[in-house]
Design a protein around this ligand. Structure first.
Ligand code: PRP
Length: 175
């Protein structure tokens, strides 16, 4: 196993998730928002975020493809949105992302959703790597800004490994 150096501990992440949940609960009270998670990486974050909310929400997921297996950056060619099973028209939609890297994934999904005229459209991202952005994307609720290193854990993978780790680590292997 390559060396994994802790960037954020499970406790630090938990505190950040609780802070985000408080903000979202305050801002979306009585709005019955749709939390739209971008799979797969969001699955841990979504589960923790949802359990810290004290408002009613609907939870949905979409799957997109960007990274090829064993690759560590997006190509900029993001695949089709799959699996949106609800009509987002006139709904308050909050996109839930684990990480914003180049921004291509988020831009693609925001453009897709905006065309479907939601009542509002905002973004909650747990991790952001601003040094890597290729495109401008709004992040309305941000957990942590992180350095430009490849990270795994808390839902994020390398070659489908390490998603289960409760902390966030810099992956210092040779991808
Ligand atoms: C990762 C991550 C984000 C996206 C961010 O997903 O979960 O959705 O990349 O990268 P970008 O800002 O450069 O577009 P990935 O495509 O690796 O799929 P996964 O969530 O299934 O691991």
């Amino acid at each position: 196993m390559p060396p994994l150096n802790v960037i954020l501990t499970a406790g630090e992440i938990s505190a950040g998730v609780q802070r985000l949940a408080r903000q979202i609960s305050d801002d979306y009270r009585h709005k019955n928002p749709v939390l739209l998670g971008v799979l797969k990486g969001c699955f841990v974050f979504m589960a923790d975020l949802a359990r810290n909310l004290d408002i009613f929400v609907e939870v949905e997921f979409v799957t997109l493809s960007s990274y090829g297996r064993c690759r560590t950056e997006t190509s900029g060619e993001v695949g089709c949105v799959l699996g949106i099973r609800i009509d987002v028209r006139d709904r308050h939609v909050l996109v839930v992302e684990d990480i914003v890297d180049t921004g291509h994934t988020l831009k693609f999904i925001l453009d897709y959703l905006q065309d479907r005229t939601p009542a509002s459209l905002k973004v909650c991202a747990l991790f952001d790597k601003p040094a890597r952005h290729h495109v401008e994307v709004p992040i309305d609720y941000l957990g942590f800004t992180i350095p430009d290193v490849f990270v795994v854990g808390y839902g994020l993978d390398y070659d489908e490994k390490y998603r289960h780790l409760p902390s966030l680590y810099a992956y210092e292997g040779d991808p």
